[in-house]
Structures are given as C-alpha cells and as structure tokens.
Design a protein around this ligand. Structure first.
Ligand code: UGA
Length: 425
C-alpha cells in the first residue's frame, strides 16, 4: 500500500483522501485552515456528505488517515501527492490558478525523489504542463487525474466510479497511479495531460448543456400542451440519450457547472475558437433563472400592496448543504423587491449562512408558509414530498404553488386547492 499526501481538505481533497485510506493506503491530508484540521483530527466533517464521516473516523481509528497543518508536513515522505486545491473563477470566467502555483512552489523541493504529483482539481487544459515546468524536477512525474464526484454522492462516485481518467506524460507514470485504484472495478482510461484535463471540463459542460436543453424543452412543453416528464421518458429510453440529467429545474448551479462551463468557454476564446454553443448554454441558463423568477412574479396576487413568498429549498440541489452558485438563491434574488417579503426553509440551511437580509430563514416548513401568497419549491429535497400539503394549504393566504422541481402531482395539488405551476407540465 502506498504513502499518499493530499494537499487540501475541501470536498475533493477530503473525499479523495478518506476513500484512498479506505482502499488501504496510508494517507495524510494537509490544509492551511488550522480549525478545519483540528476538527478533522477529532473526526468532525465540515460539510454534509453521506458516508464520509464513517470513512474518516474509521481511517483515524486504524491510523491510516491523518490530518496535518501545511503541505510540507504531508508530502515529504509521500510517494504520491494529490493536489486538491481551490480553482476559483476570475471575473472574465477564466480560472484563478494562484492557489495551485503557491502550492506547487511550497512543495517542489520537498517531494521525495521520483515522487508522483497528481492533480485532482478541475483546471484549464495546459495546467499539468505548466506544473511540470514550474516544478523544475525531472524526477517527479506529473499526472492529471480529474475527479467526477457529485456532492451528496461523492463517496459512492469515488468507490464505484464510472471510469478513472489518468493523464500522463509517460505510460509508466500512469501505471503507477492506476495501481492506487487497483481495488476498484472500473475502466481506466490512460491519456495525455491535455485530454485528461479536457475530459473533465467537457463532461461538466456537456451535462450543463443537456440540462439547458431540457429546460428549454420544458418551456416549449408549457407553450404546446406537452408534458416534459413524458417527453424526457420518451427520449431517455434511447441509449444514445440516456435517462439521467433530464429533470428540468430552476436552472443549473453549484460550485462546478457554472465555473467549469465559463472556464471552458474562456479557454476556447483564448485559442481563437468561437464556441457559440457553450456560450449560448451559459446565457440560456441565466435566462432560464429569470424566466423561473418571472413565473413566480406572475403567480403572485397583483392586487395587494405586499406579498409573502415562502420558498422551500435554498441549496443548489438536494442532499447537500452547499449554497454556492445556487439557482434557488439566484431565482429569489430576482424576486426581491419592496412588494415581496421572502421566507425560506431548507433542511440544511440556517439564517446565519444565507447572508441575504431580504431572505428570512425559518427552521420549520409549516411556519415558513404561514400567510404566504405563494409557495415556491426550489430544491428537490425528497423530505418535501412527505410534508402535509393539506396542512400547508390551511396555513397559506393565497394558494399558489410554483414547483420548479416537479416534486408534486398537479391533480393532487389542485384537489387541495392550489393553483399549480410546474416546469413543463
Ligand atoms: C457535478 C458533476 O455531476 C460531477 O460529476 C463533477 O465531478 C462535479 O460537478 C465537479 O466538477 O466536481 P455537482 O456540482 O455536485 O457535480 O452537481 P450535480 O449533481 O451534477 O448537479 C448540478 C446542477 O444540475 C444542480 O443545480 C442540479 O440541481 C442540476 N440538475 C441536475 C438538474 O437541474 N436536473 C437534473 O436532472 C440533474
């Protein structure tokens, strides 16, 4: 089993390190955030991610998962060092690689002879080559090994992956990294650096485009009397299309799709390629968010001076506590005005983390809807389906239900007295 260092204890680093320890490797995860490292040493996970706590705590108990402050304390004895550092967007959509450059600078002299430096974070094509150049270490192999971990399903995605992509300069370097994953039963695709880097961006941009296409068709369904759920089922049976990522919503978001699609569009512009399809996808998603907000505005009673909007769901999708680039927040931002007051409920969100003064976060879904003029469903939490909608109807002032995730059945809601507005249904 290998000695592994993981630099960065965020979503990607923590999941990667913990799961590599589950595979039997000796893993040390480093971060510069002292309180985060201390909490992790006590087995406390800083975000919601199913199964991760159990894996981290069992790694700590069996002594093959450790947490340290500073990369230098992790990689000196590690044959493999994983870079799992933040790659935030710049204003123009390009990727800010400064965390990377600083990280590589810090460890370049510390890596043991013949070490392997593996990048897991999502970076623009060309980054592995520039890391190699910056390192100035002929003995150190640089690898691009992108992650395909969806929040809320990250442990599963790591331990039962659809594929592993290893971009390397030399096949023998790739073979050393492939060995780390030997226990996983999955195809391993070995490519050059540039292809591995582009695979990651392409996967996210393609999924974003698929969702935008579905959201556009949902709008067309509303205008033609078709039902998006029938349409997506009808196309999803075609194996060339596939049944997943066909649920319409308020727009796609999260910490990856918006950032990665903008980064890929920027890369294209940089090399003089007019990637209109991707640019349009990004713009259409913004328009879709605005269209969703307009749907709420239109459903609100127009003849009263102030209206209360109750919103269920604030995170960018169900199964996470992550609010980054949440379409729910984006939609609500468009309906903030002096006529509307907004109360929200989300199973994983409290008032102090939302930080939008106009959005008041309640901890009880029924209190949230009291005297509301509209209830908007923005995140597809399964928990919402088990709530008593008759009780909800009894508490609201005006029965408008805007269900941007198609969680409920129109007929059932109409029987309860709601005016029901779904997405493409
Ligand atoms: C995404 C990818 O799915 C992962 O494979 C990838 O590794 C990850 O980005 C990353 O780059 O790190 P994630 O951001 O966790 O994962 O979110 P997704 O589950 O893909 O959802 C993205 C957005 O699409 C959300 O706003 C979600 O609500 C929306 N969505 C998804 C829909 O509106 N409809 C669907 O049918 C599926």
């Amino acid at each position: 089993m290998a000695e592994i260092a993981v630099i960065g204890a965020g979503y990607v680093g923590l999941t990667t390190g913990a799961c590599l320890s589950r595979l039997g490797h000796d893993v040390t995860i480093a971060d510069i955030d002292i309180s985060r490292v201390e909490a992790l040493q006590r087995g406390e996970i800083p975000f919601l991610e199913p199964q991760l706590s159990e894996i981290v705590n069992s790694g700590i108990r069996s002594n093959n998962l450790k947490f340290v402050i500073g990369a230098e304390n992790a990689c000196e004895n590690a044959e493999f060092s994983f870079l799992c550092l933040p790659t935030p967007p710049n204003e123009d959509g390009s990727t800010d690689l400064s965390f990377f450059q600083i990280g590589v600078e810090e460890i370049s002299d510390l890596l043991p002879p013949n070490a392997v430096l593996i990048n897991k974070s999502t970076v623009p094509v060309g980054t592995a080559a520039s890391i190699k150049n910056q390192l100035q270490r002929a003995d150190v192999a640089v690898i691009s090994n992108p992650e395909f971990l969806a929040e809320g399903n990250a442990v599963n995605d790591f331990l039962k992956p659809s594929r592993i992509v290893i971009g390397a300069e030399a096949p023998e370097d790739a073979a050393r990294v492939a060995e780390l994953y030997a226990k996983l039963d999955t195809p391993i695709l070995i490519t050059g650096w540039e292809s591995a880097e582009l695979i990651k961006h392409t996967a996210n941009a393609f999924l974003a485009m698929k969702l935008t296409f579905v959201n556009e068709i949902a709008t067309l369904c509303e205008k033609t009397g078709a039902d998006i759920q029938d349409v997506t089922m009808g196309i999803g049976y075609d194996p060339r299309i596939g049944p997943s990522y066909l649920n319409p919503g308020p727009g796609w978001g999260g910490s990856c799709f918006p950032k990665d699609s903008s980064s890929l569009a920027h890369i294209a512009r940089n090399v003089g390629f007019d990637f209109t399809l991707l640019e349009h996808t990004i713009n259409l998603n913004k328009q879709h968010v605005e269209r969703t907000a307009a749907k709420i505005q239109d459903a609100l009673p127009q003849d009263i001076p102030t209206r209360k909007i109750a919103a269920w769901g604030l995170t960018f999708k169900a199964g996470t506590d992550d609010l980054r680039s949440s379409p729910a927040i984006a939609v609500l931002s468009h309906v903030i005005n002096n006529k509307n007051t907004i109360f929200a409920y989300d199973p994983t969100v409290t008032n102090d983390i939302v930080q939008i003064p106009e959005v008041h976060v309640e901890t009880d879904p029924y209190v949230c809807v009291e005297n509301a003029d509209a209830l908007v469903i923005l995140t597809e939490w399964e928990d919402f389906k088990t709530l008593d909608m008759a009780k909800v109807a009894g508490k609201m002032r005006s029965l408008n239900l805007i269900d941007t995730r198609n969680l409920y059945q129109r007929e059932e809601m109409e029987q309860l007295g709601f005016r029901y507005y779904g997405m493409g249904v």
